[in-house]
Design a protein around this ligand. Structure first.
Ligand SMILES: [Zn+2]
Length: 321
């Protein structure tokens, strides 16, 4: 593995939080976060970027930073670095994020889709090190991801490739956040598991989830906690989730022929409960040469997007210098 020398900053722009990390050779040196200044629009958030950068860069460290990267939810045109719009953040229409970031910090800046950034992080510093072909899938509120093929990070036209959550698994099915029916995300994201848990709670008020619902809204994590405690309804929910993930991963294996599929995001905290069912479905459905594809949990956890986008910015800066 090429060792990438130098310091870089990774930012993650989310609808609720702006996060920043100072990264050195794939390791987080320091990190900070703030509640996204939604009302302040892009100008307010630009101020937050500068504040967070001075928080994470003590003393003269900022002067040693070689590049700055920012990841944000897609679809994002990363070729131009101009934000088209962000559904969760009003006022960002046509904002030239990359050039403004470059001006603000006086160094090279890149803009990257959060799934692709995380895939790069896992590839270079996490569970995909040394591979030439991998698919990274984050399973949380939604499903996103990134793909490495033939030893290169896949971007696609306008940098919008690898929207792995939005291939359709069925001609109908649950409504997806994108508006279509039956996407992988609509079936298997954490939100979908949470909805199924709520339904079980409503159908059986005397069950584990039903009793919980009397005191608090039932969430995805309750299904996981119940399964860990041995509750039969929750175990069935987790088995169903594993099976749906296995169906989606089988499709991704056929599309990209990865050596490994890496699963991140909040739902991957239950990977130990899901792994048997995921692999059972792949072994059953995949064409013969694809049956042995291995699904593993992400290694960088929460930091993979920040590490990924900071490392990617640094590799672009090194390639240009
Ligand atoms: Zn969709």
């Amino acid at each position: 593995m090429t060792r990438r020398q130098g310091l870089s900053i990774g930012f993650d722009l989310g609808g609720t939080q702006v996060r920043a990390a100072l990264v050195d050779s794939g390791k987080v040196v320091s990190r900070a976060a703030a509640k996204t200044d939604v009302a302040g629009g892009p100008e307010g958030v630009m101020v937050q970027f500068r504040q967070l950068a001075s928080e994470i860069c003590g003393g003269s460290q900022l002067s040693n930073v070689q590049a700055v990267g920012i990841s944000a939810p897609g679809p994002l045109d990363t070729e131009t670095g101009v934000v088209d719009h962000i559904p969760t953040l009003p006022g960002w229409e046509q904002f030239p994020l990359r050039s403004r970031l470059s001006e603000a910090f006086g160094r090279l800046a890149i803009v990257e889709n959060d799934g692709i950034a995380a895939a790069f992080g896992e590839w270079k510093h996490g569970a995909g090190q040394g591979l030439d072909h991998l698919v990274y899938v984050t399973v949380s509120t939604g499903i996103g991801g990134g793909v490495v093929v033939d030893g290169s990070l896949m971007h696609g036209h306008r940098g919008m490739g690898a929207h792995v959550g939005h291939f359709r698994m069925a001609p109908d099915g649950p409504v997806c956040s994108c508006g279509a029916l039956g996407c992988f995300e609509a079936f298997a994201a954490g939100t979908a598991l949470g909805k199924r848990a709520k339904k079980i709670a409503a159908e059986n008020p005397r069950g584990y989830l039903g009793k919980l619902a009397a005191t608090a809204p039932v969430e995805t994590r309750h299904a996981v906690e119940g399964a860990r405690g041995g509750d039969a309804e929750c175990i069935a929910l987790i088995e169903e989730e594993a099976d749906l993930l296995g169906v989606g991963f089988t499709g991704l294996a056929h599309l990209f022929s990865p050596q490994r599929i890496i699963m991140g995001g909040g739902v991957s905290q239950a990977f130990d409960l899901l792994t048997a069912g995921i692999h059972r479905r792949i072994r059953r459905d995949a064409m013969a040469p694809f049956k042995s594809v291995e699904v593993v949990p992400a290694a960088l956890g929460d930091n993979c997007g920040l590490v990924g986008v900071a490392s990617l910015a640094l590799s672009v800066a090194n390639a240009e210098s």
